[in-house]
Design a protein around this ligand. Structure first.
Ligand SMILES: [Zn+2]
Length: 336
């Protein structure tokens, strides 16, 4: 049994298109482009963090170089697949830490030389929106007419920060937030492989915590698994872990009630109930936050909130719709 703390996200990074979760349209399109030998020379991968942009970029970079790519799979047998020197043709640049003109000049210089092992040199530029204006300008011409053996993959969480001239030179793919169902499958798969026992409700709760991001879901799974040790993962455990994380959200809620901001209150209440935290914990967190705020400033809204929520304890315990009761209390306080 491995006792060191390891990150599920790193261990379970997809190695093939079929292992990529929730981006079927993108992996299928890329796969077809390779099979038809109709590759672009610059790709733009957009999407929120943890949706698989860099993972897909790596799978793609590997796949374009395989000599017998078929049915969405590399062959595993050709010179490229067998090579230990793939990193001589695949480059990853993190624009967040190398954002200057010098980094781009080095890149442009290296682009001229043919690939060493495979057919293509692939440059994966992560968080490309972090490049400085001068760096972008230096990159533009190469992006416009790169040598035939070069493919650029630009990945970004913030495509709106890119110059239109950059966007127009790339084939754009928008990565979707990963569905709850797909996240549940990923977590179940990881837990099964790691011989971790977890009940279905706990897996759903962990998936929800990911909010569409495989990385965030697996990172929360890491936390919960580490907390549990060898014990099975149950909702009770999740509530304990989540309960420790959420003090801020209750403070936010009370602040929004104080401001009478109905929309913000609704959104926050939804967020609280989507977190799968138990109702007792939600109520305690809320009352705690009201008391903290009340000490600083007793207002009619806070007084109403205190009264409404203090009366909810029994109701919430037996209610079939605790979310509805809780929201009503929050909105009544909001309007006080
Ligand atoms: Zn191959």
């Amino acid at each position: 049994m491995n006792t060191e703390i390891k990150s599920f996200y790193r261990i379970y990074r997809p190695k093939t298109f079929s292992e990529v979760v929730g981006q079927d349209f993108i992996t299928k399109t890329l796969s077809n482009q390779i099979a038809a030998n109709k590759l672009g020379h610059a790709y733009l991968f957009c999407g929120t963090r943890g949706t698989g942009k860099t993972s897909v970029a790596k799978v793609f970079a590997n796949a374009v170089n395989c000599e017998n790519f078929q049915n969405g799979q590399v062959c595993g047998k050709c010179a490229w697949c067998q090579s230990q020197n793939k990193n001589m043709d695949i480059f990853e640049i993190d624009a967040a830490s190398n954002n200057g003109v010098d980094a781009v000049r080095d890149l442009i210089e290296s682009v001229k030389y043919p690939p060493v092992v495979g057919k293509y040199k692939v440059y994966i530029i992560d968080e490309v929106h972090m490049f400085s204006g001068a760096a972008f300008n230096a990159l533009l011409k190469t992006l416009e007419e790169p040598p035939a053996h070069v493919i650029f993959i630009l990945a970004t969480t913030e495509p709106h920060k890119l110059l239109p001239t950059v966007q127009s030179r790339c084939l754009r793919f928008n990565f979707q937030n990963v569905s709850l169902n797909d996240l549940e499958k990923v977590i179940s798969h990881v837990f099964k492989n790691e011989k971790i026992t977890a009940d279905a409700a706990a897996i759903t709760a962990i998936a929800k915590e990911g909010q569409g991001s495989v990385r965030d879901a697996l990172s929360f799974a890491d936390t919960v698994a580490a907390y549990c040790g060898k014990e099975p993962i149950t909702m009770d455990v999740i509530n304990r872990v989540v309960g420790g994380l959420d003090a801020k959200i209750f403070a936010d809620l009370i602040q929004q009630i104080s401001a009478g901001d109905v929309k913000a209150v609704r959104d926050t209440v939804n967020q609280i109930f989507n977190s799968s935290t138990g109702t007792a914990r939600i109520l305690n967190g809320t009352l705690e936050a009201i008391k903290n705020a009340y000490v600083a400033q007793p207002t009619p809204r806070l007084a109403t909130a205190l009264r409404m929520f203090a009366n909810l304890e029994t109701t919430l315990k037996y209610a079939t719709d605790p979310h509805g009761y809780f929201e009503t209390a929050a909105l009544v306080a909001c309007g006080a």
